[in-house]
Design a protein around this ligand. Structure first.
Ligand SMILES: N[C@@H](CCC(=O)N[C@@H](CS)C(=O)NCC(=O)O)C(=O)O
Length: 298
């Protein structure tokens, strides 16, 4: 991630005022996107492509969950899962445009519009999008009640746990304008505990919810898989990621899936140029990029 707003002078011995006052600048990476109020800042309609499913997103871990799901659905033969993926540049404030806010009042990627139903259905929150698509297509979510419940438990575990990893550990380890030992210790402790939770579950299970690859894996992998594969926060050594052997085994297996290799590229506007696909409107959009990537990997 980029966009460091530069250092902010935070004096020692801060005592909160009686009523919080908004600072002139927050500082740190992504600090300029934070606001204390919701709602749109400007009028901007969203583009509309030819497919029923319109995704507005960015290839952060939360965005990747949905592009991987859509690519998995297409790979499994669900042709109605064809989609247009439009880039939302959160560093530029695209999430505060009126069209995006109408799709997601929370102003965060990913957001989906399904135009195959009347009226068109908006879906926001990555976990809700995964569940919506799994139910719509009848895929990657077990039908039997106990197995479905186990899958949803891990899906909701991810939605509740990852803010400690991203907003807590990742923020204070990698993005904050100053290193605060207390914050890093607190969230490292929690992140390592979460990795141990996953490691113990994956000791006896091929995938998180058992023998089958489900939306639980699709939700958890972009955060915890990326963490142990050292693709977010450059923290694998700090966290001794290699000690979570079952998580590493699981993360590498999912990383090998062709749909995952495609999904991580969609709406990506950072990293090596051959790994980026800013917008995706057809399966053929990957062709040239993928050839480059394979040539690069060999
Ligand atoms: N719980 C939400 C979190 C989404 C989220 O935090 N998205 C971030 C990028 S990973 C975002 O859009 N940030 C822009 C902002 O905060 O203004 C989900 O899972 O969909």
């Amino acid at each position: 991630m980029s966009d460091n707003d530069g250092p902010t002078a935070y004096p020692e011995g801060y005592v909160p005022a009686t009523v919080w006052q908004e600072p002139a600048a927050l500082g740190g990476t992504w600090g300029s996107t934070n606001r204390p109020v919701a709602g749109a800042t400007h009028d901007k309609a969203l583009p509309v492509g030819k497919h029923a499913l319109q995704l507005h997103s960015l290839a952060t871990p939360n965005g990747v969950k949905v592009t991987v799901m859509l690519e998995e659905l297409l790979a499994a033969g669900y042709t109605e899962a064809e989609y247009d993926a439009w880039l939302i540049r959160i560093g530029d404030g695209d999430q505060f445009g009126s069209g995006f806010v109408a799709l997601n009042p929370n102003s965060k990627i990913p957001a989906l519009l399904d135009r195959s139903v009347e009226p068109p259905q908006r879906v926001f929150e990555s976990g809700s999008i995964l569940l919506y698509l799994a139910e719509k297509f009848g895929a990657f979510l077990p039908g039997e009640h106990a197995a479905r419940t186990e899958c949803l438990s891990w899906l909701f575990w991810q939605m509740g746990s990852a803010p400690y990893l991203g907003g807590g550990f990742g923020h204070f380890y990698a993005y904050a304008p100053l290193k605060i030992e207390y914050c890093i210790d607190r969230f490292t402790m929690e992140t390592k505990r979460q990795l141990d939770v996953l490691d113990r579950q994956l000791a006896d299970n091929t995938y998180l919810a058992g023998d089958n690859y489900t939306i639980a894996d699709i939700a958890v992998w972009p955060w915890y898989g990326a963490l142990v594969l050292n693709r977010v926060y450059a923290a694998a050594e700090f966290l001794e990621a290699d000690s979570y052997g079952n998580v590493i085994r699981w993360a590498k297996a999912i990383d090998e899936r062709p749909a995952v290799k495609r999904g991580v590229m969609v709406n990506k506007n950072f990293g090596a140029p051959q790994t980026q696909l800013h917008e995706r409107h057809a399966a053929s959009d990957f062709h040239e990029r993928t050839e480059d990537r394979i040539a690069d990997d060999s």
